[in-house]
Design a protein around this ligand. Structure first.
Ligand code: C2E
Ligand code: MG
Ligand code: MG
Length: 550
């Protein structure tokens, strides 16, 4: 065998990285040697291969085979000096990963090719260790046989990590992730593994079938990381949730395990924040519902928004007690799912990017309706909701303006509600857009004000016209022991007045609350006490009665 294979240099290079694979081929015998990492990762028969070009060809993605073959033949024929191309190659677990393959041919004095050698680098961004936390990455899972081991996998995610970053910045975010990863690692029992799964999610492989042991472990992490002390003495409150899956009972292959873990964590975050939730049929059902929702929603959008409808909830002028306008609220019924609430289906629309299309539909319907009612009932302050994502669309501003022109609405009566001010990551850009829209006469409202950590901060940046005070402060105002809520709301309204903002109090559910908020001098009131959100026909009846009373 050629000594090109047996030198220490090959071994030194071969073991230098788990992410870069090396190969060298004796072209006369057509025998090649591959680094051990390549053998493991791609599931090759061994370090030494005969007719490797053929074997390797079977790993190349069919769509990339032409690119690969042309390049390699070019090198062997002498037409090209270097092999240099990128393609997808199948790894040991059957998944295609992007690799960059570079190599060159060494020729003898007569010009005959004798050696072909090079490097193959994974370019799908994964390496064995995570650069921030030093933990293993999910690449580790490729080598793992879940069918032959017993244990519990936990996917632990931080709740609201985005908010932490938007409040404290990326550097503090990194510091938290590093500290958090150390805490988990320290609490692990010997032999357990901790991986950085993604952003703020960590995967623990607990080789224990003792549920109590794993539950205690989770509880301890919660306790240890509850308040995180950072450098410089800063303390940050952390909340986590987790999904758990037993292997091999619930999952004996990687894909299924990850899938079930993600569903369980998602369920925990949405329904039982702070807890660890084990995979169950209920979770599978919920997930299934999510999939159906997604398909049905897409179908309705394609079908000219059939199934979507706007409901309207009145804004009451506290001085006159009459209807001054309304909020437009989206409703939806699918072919298969007929009981989905906005919080559920809007999240799906946001998650899959369909909120843009549906959001424009909402805007157009609201504007059309404002104009239609104007002639009969006079100008109404008409609001519609816009998710933060929608504002990130460069065409948003132009579309709002052209829609208003198309229907001849007076923009002074259109209120655009930003629903999740907490997510705003680029307040300066948003401020420019808000100002442009305000110059045209549109009004901007910050919805659910007071709930997001960043609400106050947003006021510094965002030029707005209305603040909508969140339900949670209002609903229980009339109950004993809620003086704090009263002070908060009173102060918020004072602040609005001093800053020159209008205010809308949401969630006025009953007469008692209405009496209390009546004294607070808000610009407008909204809530079940006056009316639930209702369909167009019912709202017209409400307006008829209201105007008669006038
Ligand atoms: P939101 O914009 O804060 O809307 C007010 C929500 O409070 C509505 O829920 C309304 O039915 C409810 N509500 C009204 N009065 C009361 C009350 O007295 N007590 C209580 N407990 N609740 C009251 P809904 O219609 O289920 O909408 C939920 C959320 O969905 C909205 O909250 C908004 O964030 C979002 N949403 C609705 N329509 C759209 C839309 O077209 N686009 C976007 N992006 N989001 C929308
Ligand atoms: Mg709203
Ligand atoms: Mg609201």
């Amino acid at each position: 065998m050629s000594d090109i294979f047996n030198n220490e240099l090959f071994e030194a290079f071969a073991s230098a990285s788990d992410n870069v694979f090396i190969y060298v081929c004796d072209m006369k015998s057509d025998i090649s040697r591959w680094s051990k990492a390549a053998v493991d990762y791609f599931g090759l028969a061994g370090e030494y291969l005969e007719n490797a070009a053929n074997i390797w060809g079977q790993h190349v993605h069919p769509d990339d085979l032409k690119v690969y073959t042309e390049d390699i033949q070019g090198v062997f024929s002498g037409a090209k000096k270097y092999h240099d191309c990128q393609y997808r190659a199948r790894n040991a677990s059957g998944r295609y990963v992007w690799v960059e393959c570079k190599g060159s041919v060494i020729r003898d004095e007569e010009g005959n090719p004798i050696i072909f050698a090079g490097l193959m680098t994974r370019i799908d961004g994964q390496s064995k260790y995570d650069s921030l936390t030093g933990l293993l990455t999910t690449q580790e899972l490729h080598y793992f046989d879940f069918a032959s081991q017993f244990g519990i996998a936990l996917l632990i995610g931080m709740d609201g990590f985005r908010k932490i970053i938007s409040n404290y910045g990326y550097n503090i975010g990194d510091e938290i992730l590093i500290k958090f990863s150390r805490e988990i690692s320290d609490l692990c029992k010997p032999g357990w593994k901790v991986l950085r799964f993604s952003g703020d999610e960590f995967l623990v492989l607990a080789f224990s079938s003792n549920l109590q042991e794993v539950t205690d472990f989770y509880r301890e992490i919660c306790q240890q990381t509850d308040i995180m002390k950072l450098e410089g003495g800063r303390k940050v409150g952390i909340s986590i949730s987790a999904g758990g899956v037993l292997f091999p009972q619930d999952a004996d292959v990687r894909e299924v395990l990850i899938n079930k873990l993600e569903h369980s964590l998602e369920y925990a975050k949405n329904n039982q924040r702070g807890s660890m939730v084990f995979f169950s049929e209920e979770i599978a059902k919920r997930h299934e519902r999510g999939l159906i929702l997604r398909e049905d929603l897409k179908q309705c959008i394609k079908n000219d928004f059939k199934g979507f409808e706007l409901f309207f909830q009145p804004f009451i002028d506290p001085n006159t007690g009459t209807i001054a306008g309304c909020e437009s609220l989206l409703r939806w019924k699918g072919e298969r799912i007929k009981d989905s609430y906005p919080m559920e289906f809007i999240k799906v629309l946001e998650d899959y990017g369909d909120i843009h299309e549906v959001g424009f539909w909402v805007m157009e319907q609201a504007i059309k309706q404002q104009v239609e009612w104007r002639d009969t009932y006079g100008e109404l302050q008409f609001s519609f909701n816009v998710s933060y994502q929608q504002f990130l669309d460069d065409t948003f501003e132009e579309k709002v303006i052209s829609c208003a022109k198309k229907y001849g609405v007076n923009p002074n009566y259109i209120i655009i509600e930003l629903t999740e001010s907490c997510q705003v990551e680029a307040p300066r850009e948003l401020a420019v857009m808000f100002n442009n829209l305000r110059k045209q006469g549109f009004k901007i409202a910050l919805d659910d004000f007071g709930t997001a950590y960043a609400s106050m901060e947003m006021l510094k940046w965002l030029p707005v016209d209305y603040i909508k005070v969140e339900h949670s402060f209002i609903r229980e105002l009339a109950q004993p022991g809620h003086d704090v809520d009263y002070v908060i709301v009173d102060s918020l309204l004072n602040m609005c007045r001093r800053l020159g903002y209008n205010s809308i109090i949401e969630g006025v559910e009953n007469g008692k609350v209405a009496d209390i908020v009546g004294e607070l001098n808000a610009t407008l009131l909204q809530g079940y006490h006056y009316s639930h959100p209702i369909c167009r026909e019912d709202f017209e009846k409400l307006l008829d009665e209201d105007r008669k009373r006038l």
